[in-house]
Ligand binder design. Structure first.
Ligand SMILES: C[S@@+](CC[C@H](N)C(=O)[O-])C[C@H]1O[C@@H](n2cnc3c(N)ncnc32)[C@H](O)[C@@H]1O
Length: 459
C-alpha cells in the first residue's frame, strides 16, 4: 500500500485550508462534515467560498499564507491556483511536521482525500492512491448501488445494543458470533427493507433467547479454495473464510485466496510437499478436532475441491466420530479450472463422451490404474499428481492400446498468472516434461479434446 487508510477523528481539531477558490471551498466543506474547526486563508475568495464563510462554517483570514499560520493545526490542505504558494505551504508544513495535502498534486501529499461513500456511521473510502481519482469515483458509484442508505440505520441500531450485548456475552468471540448471525439474518433483512420496528423486535428477541453455551461450540469448515484464481471461489467459501478463527491451509492454496481469509484469523500452514515443513494427515485430522473442541470456528482450506484427491473425507470422518459439527464447501477442481482456462472442453459432442479423473502418483515406482477402462475411445483422461510418473503413464497407456499420437496437454499452475499449457502427444509427454521443466502443480489432460486448445485458448 502506498497509503494507509485510517479514519481520523477531527472533531474540534484545527485544520487550515490555504486558498479561496471552489476547490478550497470543497475541501473546507469536507473537513466541516467531519466537524473539524476550519480556518481558510486567502487574500480573495470565490462566491462559493464566500457563502461558506457567511454561513459561519469556516473562519476566514483575509491574508496571504505565512508559516506562523500553521501553528496549532492538525493538518493542512493547500488548494490555491499558484504552484509556488502550494509548494511553499508544502515545505513549511513538512518542516513543522504537520500532515499536508496539496490539491491535485499527489507528489506533494502526506495524505490524500479518498472518494467517500457516506452512510454514516458507515463510511466507505475509495482511493486510487492519486493515480486515477476518476476510477476511484466510478468505484464509489458502484458501491452506492451495493450499499443502500439503510445500512447506516442498521449500523445505528446495532450501535445502540452494543453495551447490552457486551453485558450479556462476556467474551469477544461470543459477541462476534452473535453479531454475525444478527447481521446475516432477519434483523438485517427487516432494517434493509425499511421495517426498522420489526428489525428492532427481532434483535431484542434474539438477545433474549441467546445462550452463552451455544456460542461456544466449535465447528469445522472444510472449504475448497479452487485451483488458484481467487475469483473462482464460491460465495459460501468466501463467507466462511470471513468468519473463521483459525485456518489450516495447504500448499495449493494461492496467496491471493489466503488474503481473503478474515485478517484476524490465525493462519497455520500444513502443506505436505516434501522438504517443506511437514504435518502428517493424522496430525491434521487431530489439529482440526482439538481446535474445534476449544470452541473455535476452524477453516480447513484446501486447493481445488476437498473431495477430489483432497483427503477431505478422512478429515471429516475424525470429526464425525467426535460429533463435531462441520460443513463441506465444494471448490472448482483442478480438472475443471485448468481445462476451462486452457480452452480444452473436458467433453465435446464430436470428440469425447466421458471423462475420468485419475491420480498419477507412483507407489513404489508403479501406477496401479485400471488401464483397460482408461483407454476407451472418446474419453478424456485427467491425471492429477502425474508429473513424476509421466514415463510410466505414457508407456502403460500405449501398451494398453492408446495410440502414441493421442493428443495430450500438460498444464502448469492452471488459472493463475503463471499458467502455461504445452500440447503434444502421449508418446512425447515424458520428453516434453524433461525439456520444459514445468513448475508444480501440473495437470495432464489426454484425449482428442486437447486438439481444441489451438482454437479455444483464451486465457
Ligand atoms: C493432492 S491433489 C489435490 C487436488 C485438489 N483437491 C483439486 O480438486 O484440484 C494435487 C494435484 O492437483 C493438481 N492441481 C491442483 N491445482 C492445480 C493447478 N492450479 N494447476 C495444475 N494442476 C493443479 C495437480 O495435479 C496437483 O498435483
Amino acid at each position: 500500500m502506498d497509503y494507509l487508510p485510517i479514519f481520523v477523528d477531527l472533531k474540534d481539531r484545527s485544520c487550515l485550508v490555504v486558498g479561496g477558490g471552489d476547490i478550497a471551498a470543497r475541501k473546507a466543506g469536507l473537513l466541516r462534515r467531519a466537524q473539524a474547526t476550519v480556518t481558510l486563508v486567502s487574500p480573495d475568495v470565490s462566491a462559493t467560498t464566500q457563502a461558506l464563510i457567511d454561513s459561519g462554517e469556516v473562519k476566514w483570514l483575509n491574508t496571504v499564507f505565512s508559516s506562523e499560520l500553521l501553528e496549532g493545526n492538525t493538518l493542512v490542505i493547500a488548494a490555491t491556483d499558484n504552484e509556488d504558494v502550494n509548494r511553499d505551504v508544502y515545505h513549511q508544513a513538512k518542516a513543522n511536521n504537520i500532515l499536508i495535502n496539496v490539491a491535485d498534486c499527489p507528489e506533494l501529499c502526506d495524505f490524500i482525500l479518498p472518494s467517500i461513500l457516506d452512510r454514516s456511521p458507515i463510511v466507505v473510502a475509495v482511493s486510487s492512491g492519486g493515480k486515477s481519482p476518476i476510477l476511484a469515483r466510478q468505484l464509489r458509484a458502484r458501491l452506492e448501488i451495493l450499499i443502500p442508505a439503510s445500512y447506516g440505520r442498521l449500523a445505528e441500531m446495532v450501535g445502540q445494543y452494543r453495551d447490552v450485548v457486551k453485558g450479556k456475552l462476556p467474551k469477544l468471540s461470543m459477541r462476534r458470533r452473535f453479531w454475525e448471525s444478527i447481521l446475516q439474518g432477519d434483523v438485517a433483512d427487516h432494517v434493509l427493507s425499511g421495517r426498522d420496528d420489526l428489525g428492532q423486535q427481532a434483535l431484542q428477541a434474539a438477545l433474549d433467547a441467546v445462550h452463552v453455551d451455544e456460542l461456544q461450540t466449535g465447528e469445522v469448515y472444510l472449504v475448497g479454495a479452487g485451483p488458484g484464481d481467487p475469483e473462482l471461489l464460491t460465495f459460501k467459501a468466501l463467507r466462511l473464510m470471513q468468519q473463521a478463527d483459525i485456518v489450516f491451509y495447504d500448499r495449493l492454496v494461492s496467496k491471493e485466496v489466503l488474503a481473503l481469509v478474515r485478517r484476524e484469523a490465525e493462519q497455520v500452514y500444513v502443506g505436505k510437499q516434501r522438504a517443506w515443513h511437514k504435518v502428517r494427515q493424522e496430525e491434521i485430522n487431530q489439529l482440526l478436532l482439538t481446535q474445534a473442541q476449544q470452541g473455535k470456528r476452524v477453516l480447513r482450506l484446501k486447493g481445488g475441491d476437498p473431495f477430489i484427491f483432497g483427503r477431505g473425507g478422512e478429515e471429516i470422518e475424525t470429526l464425525a466420530a467426535e460429533n463435531i459439527p462441520f460443513q463441506v464447501v465444494p471448490g472448482v477442481t483442478a480438472a475443471s479450472g485448468c481445462a476451462s482456462y486452457a480452452g480444452i472442453p473436458l467433453t465435446h459432442r464430436d470428440y469425447s463422451q466421458s471423462c475420468t479423473f485419475v491420480t498419477g502418483q507412483l507407489k513404489q515406482g508403479e501406477l496401479d490404474l485400471n488401464w483397460s477402462a482408461l483407454v476407451q475411445p472418446r474419453q478424456t483422461i485427467v491425471v492429477y499428481m502425474g508429473l513424476a510418473g509421466l514415463p510410466v503413464l505414457s508407456q502403460q497407456l500405449q501398451q494398453h492400446g492408446l495410440a502414441a499420437k493421442t493428443p495430450a496437454a500438460l498444464i502448469q499452475q492452471g488459472t493463475t498468472e503463471h499458467q502455461k499449457v504445452w500440447v503434444s502427444t502421449i508418446a512425447d509427454l515424458p520428453a516434453l516434461a524433461e525439456r520444459e521443466q514445468p513448475v508444480a502443480p501440473t495437470l495432464v489432460i489426454i484425449g482428442q479434446v486437447v486438439r481444441l486448445h489451438n482454437t479455444l485458448s483464451w486465457f
